[in-house]
Every structure is written in C-alpha cells, then in structure tokens.
Design a protein around this ligand. Structure first.
Ligand code: ADP
Ligand code: MG
Length: 329
C-alpha cells in the first residue's frame, strides 16, 4: 500500500475558476508568515516574493519548516499570523487553488489504479473532462516518461516511477505556479536524473516553480534563486553566486586531508582557523599562494598531506558559514 498521507488533502482541491490575474501581479507574495504546532515554531516570520518564471529553491535541513510553508501556500495549513497571496488571491481560495500545482512530499496516489486512471482521477477533480482530460493525461504520461507503463497498476511501479507519477498528478491541470516538495527523496540516482530532466523541461517553458530540498546540489542545479531556510526563517535569499559572494567574497576554499594522529590534526586545523568536516580539513584563503604556507605549517606539525584541492565555496559552505552547522543529515 502506498502511503496516502497526502491523498485526502490533494483531492479536496477542486476548482475551474478563471485564472486571469491583472498584469504585474506576482505569482506569490508571502508576508510575515508564522505557524506554531504547540510549542514548535515551524514557520517563524517568513516573507517572500516570487518572480514570474523563476525557479526558487527552498534549501534547508529536515525540520526547517519547508513543508509547512508549502502547505500554507496551498491553504492546507492555517497560519497563526501573516498573509499569503497567489496571483493576488488568498491561499485556499478557488482561484489560488486552480493556479497552483502541488507535488506533496509524501506520495498521494491510488495504488490500485493504473497510472492513466490516477491521472484521469486527478484531472477530473480539477474539472477536466472529455478531450481536454485525455490530452492532459497524455501530456503527463509523456512528461513523466511513463507512456509504456500507462496501464500498470500504480502499486507495481518502481519507486522512481511512482515519484514521477506523483509529480505529473500535481500538474495535470496545467497550473501557473508549481510547488514541489522534495520530489527526489528516496529515489535512486537514475530516477533522480529523470526527475531533474522533467523539471528542466518545465523551466524551459517558463513555468514558475518553488522547489524544496535538503540537497545543495539540487538547489544549485535547478534553481535561479535559493532561499536558505533554517528554524522556520529564511536566513538568506539570492542567486547561488551572490550567496557565495556575500559569505566569502572572492575567497576560495582549500580542502586537505592529512595522515597523522587525529587529535594532532584537529588541533592544528583549529589553530590555523580551519574546520574538519568528515576528516577533511577546510580552510578559506584569499589567494591560492597561501596554500604553500599552510602546507609548510602542516609539515612542521608532523602531518603528512595525502590529498589537496582548491574550490569556490558552495551552498554547503554558505550554510555552514551562516548557521555553524552542516546541511547534510
Ligand atoms: P521540513 O519540511 O523543512 O522538513 P516541516 O515543515 O515538515 O519541515 O516541519 C517543521 C517543524 O514543524 C518540525 O519541527 C516538525 O516536526 C513540525 N511539524 C510539522 N508539521 C507538524 C504537524 N502537523 N504537527 C506537529 N508538528 C509539526
Ligand atoms: Mg518537508
């Protein structure tokens, strides 16, 4: 049995109302949103403006509040404070729902229906019928590369195929804004690549997308701008390049692995202002010529260098810089 946690929620979306919004209205505006669950503050004052045609990443560790934010946009979570507008309409309103496509983090599919039957069901909840419905189903099967499995019972599909079908079901009504909540969690690398290709196809069509993930590489690859989310807040929001630049300027990172007593390594690394991450020492340098001094110092401390590389800092480095913690699980 496929988990159906998201299913009931997704099904209550039902609208055929007019999508027309005045020109210049942003796809999404969030103002000072707050959501508590008992003592837990899941969303702690988030404001956000989404630009038309962009893919915005919400990047943050598990528990950061990404799904709660997405569910507040869909109208499934009632905020304690703040405001959400989708093309100018309130979250949960008929026109907001029709404009939104939501791919929930948990699979929301009927396991005993075929891929085609699932898509037909979701399409009809959005008011699609007849030729329009069949065209939408065909588009979805093509986009998700599931044509040759169209008649297969969903419960017999591979994990990656279910994920792709889950995504297609969220887009059956051709929404103008798509919210994808960790669509690659639990899929193998090959399926993950397929999913990236699907998202890249949407981007090429100019679709406006919010993509949540706790994988830095996904945010870097897919997103125009990235909001780093931690403890229910957006702690930084910009392009990858601008995030790296504001945290590190033009400095680079030196990654080095040493052999020698662990304690001596960690002492020496700390002394030189570096960090040890999974046994690799990370230093930030203004200029690559500083590497020579570092290596002399390591040598003098009796550490033997076994591996060395230089790189521009990435989003992982930015997260560590901003929070003092690692993004990885
Ligand atoms: P993320 O999607 O970034 O992993 P979530 O939005 O799922 O984060 O969760 C944020 C915080 O809110 C977590 O501490 C989580 O346990 C809590 N939370 C989320 N949904 C609920 C809920 N329905 N009831 C109680 N706590 C919740
Ligand atoms: Mg989540």
């Amino acid at each position: 049995m496929i988990r159906e946690k998201g299913l009931g929620e997704r099904l209550s979306v039902n609208s055929t109302s007019d999508l027309a919004a005045p020109r210049g209205v942003l796809p999404l505006e969030i103002d000072s949103l707050v959501k508590h669950f008992g003592p837990v503050i899941a969303v702690d004052g988030i404001s956000l403006e989404l630009r038309s045609g962009e893919c915005l990443g919400l990047l943050g560790p598990n528990g950061a509040g990404k799904s709660t934010l997405i569910r507040a946009i869909v109208g499934r979570v009632i905020p304690d404070a703040g405001r959400v507008a989708i093309f100018g309409s309130a979250a949960g309103s008929a026109s907001a729902r029709a404009a939104l496509g939501w791919v929930p983090q948990d699979l929301a599919l009927y396991p005993r229906l075929s891929a085609t039957e699932n898509l037909r069901s979701f399409g009809s909840y959005y008011g699609l019928t007849g030729k329009k419905l069949e065209e939408a189903v065909a588009w979805c099967l093509d986009w998700a590369a599931l044509q040759d499995r169209a008649g297969e019972l969903t419960r017999n599909l591979s994990g990656g195929m279910k994920r792709r079908l889950n995504m297609a079901a969220g887009l059956i009504h051709q929404p103008r804004l798509v919210l994808m909540d960790e669509p690659t969690v639990g899929v193998d690398p090959q399926s993950r690549n397929r999913i990236f290709e699907m998202i890249e196809a949407l981007r090429a069509q100019g679709m406006t997308i919010i993509y949540t993930t706790h994988y830095m590489e996904e945010a870097e690859r897919l997103c125009d701008r990235i909001a780093i989310v931690d403890h229910g807040r957006i702690i930084a929001l910009d392009t990858k390049e601008a995030l790296v630049h504001s945290a590190f300027g033009s400095r680079s990172q030196v990654l080095a692995r040493f052999e020698g007593p662990r304690e001596r390594i960690s002492e020496w690394v700390a002394e030189r202002g570096g960090r040890l991450v999974d046994g690799t020492a990370e230093f930030t340098v203004k200029h690559p010529t500083e590497i020579a001094g570092l290596l002399d110092g390591a040598n003098a401390a009796g550490l033997e260098l076994v591996d060395l590389s230089l790189r521009r800092p990435n989003l992982e480095s930015v997260f560590l810089h901003l929070t003092g913690r690692e993004l990885r699980d």
